[in-house]
Design a protein around this ligand. Structure first.
Ligand code: SF4
Length: 339
């Protein structure tokens, strides 16, 4: 027996929204999904008329849906945004090389300019080369630290006002859990922020902050969007995977777990007496850091010295090298390569 769409539009429902449980037809689901993101953008004051926005594009479902929805909302509500795609090529054979082809397809389909920056050009190393040095542990530590800075560099090159990333509600809930499990108070405090910015950093925002991953997949499927769905070859060893499994199990018991965890993270307050790291600029490369020398410079120094584990953890050797780097002048062989 067909079920009528919950909006009383007269059509039959073809899906049940994971977020609300509403039975909707395809068109009403599209409208509900897009309107919620529009409200997130407006309530969070994410953009200003005339802003240049770089969409962090990986070719995956989240960034593909983000690019498509931002283009749609920009036209529907006349945001007046200048949209770009910004991709980082980590140099992961069998993963990023293929997913970048999808981003190029997005560029053509959505008529957005695309900028691709590679780890090889920025740091002198591909992720494949890094993994050959460090083995299959801590891969995401290197990759995440380098990607964060690479996006900042790309955004600076494009001269954008803001980087919009495809982090969805599930990603944010996972990050809250990971930061609790690691006892990382500084990250715990800022990981639920919809906007992050500092005096010398380009603003970042997460328009999909309250959007469930399951609905992103549904939207991409019914809109027939082209995206790349293969997992990174280094992902199975990522710590995030354990947090994800835990979250999925929680969700089976309590369907609102994702949004509940995000709200808990948002309400969290750190006592004033707790000493928090101060964000500043790395004295070596000039990019944002919570230390005198940023993590990217330390990791890169370790790779270049043949001591790839140098920046992992807080060993005495790493502290010594940090001190050495703080006092030394830049040398071409070990410093971040400017592009
Ligand atoms: Fe990089 Fe880890 Fe993501 Fe792979 S899973 S792209 S190694 S951060």
């Amino acid at each position: 027996m067909p079920v009528s769409c919950a909006t009383n539009c007269g059509k039959n429902a073809i899906l049940k929204r994971p977020k609300t449980g509403d039975a909707l037809c395809k068109e009403c689901f599209f409208m509900a999904f897009e309107t919620e993101i529009h409200h997130t953008i407006i309530n969070g004051k994410l953009f200003k008329h005339g802003d240049k926005i770089a969409i962090g594009a990986s070719g995956g479902k989240d960034s593909t849906v983000l690019a498509y929805v931002l283009k749609t909302l920009n036209e529907r509500y006349k945001y007046g945004l200048d949209l770009f795609l910004l991709s980082i090529d980590e140099g992961i054979t069998g993963y990023r090389d293929d997913s970048l082809k999808t981003v190029e397809q997005n560029r053509d389909d959505y008529k957005m300019p695309l900028k691709i920056l590679s780890y090889k050009d920025l740091y002198g190393w591909t992720m494949d080369e890094i993994v050959a040095q460090i083995g299959r542990k801590n891969n995401c530590t290197f990759c995440g630290v380098f990607r964060r800075q690479a996006l900042d560099r790309g955004a600076a090159l494009l001269g954008v006002d803001c980087i919009a990333t495809g982090h969805n509600a599930d990603d944010i809930a996972e990050t809250v859990l990971m930061n609790i499990l690691r006892g990382d108070i500084a990250r715990l405090q800022r990981c639920t922020s919809i906007i992050t910015s500092g005096a010398d950093t380009i603003m970042r925002c997460k328009p999909l902050k309250y959007t469930y991953e399951k609905e992103i997949v549904m939207y991409a499927y019914f809109k027939k969007l082209i995206y790349f769905s293969t997992e990174c070859v280094f992902a199975p060893n990522a710590y995030r995977g354990h947090a994800r499994t835990y979250l999925k199990n929680l969700e089976k018991i309590r369907s609102t777990s994702i949004i509940d965890i995000i709200h808990s993270g948002e309400r969290l307050q750190i006592k004033e007496s707790i000493k928090m790291p101060v964000r500043r600029n790395c004295s070596r490369c000039g990019f944002v850091s919570s230390q005198e020398i940023c993590k990217a410079c330390i990791l890169l120094e370790g790779l270049n010295r043949g001591l790839p584990k140098l920046g992992i953890g807080k060993s005495q050797k790493a502290l010594n090298v940090t001190r050495e780097l703080s006092t030394s002048s830049l040398t071409k062989s070990t410093s971040l390569q400017r592009i």
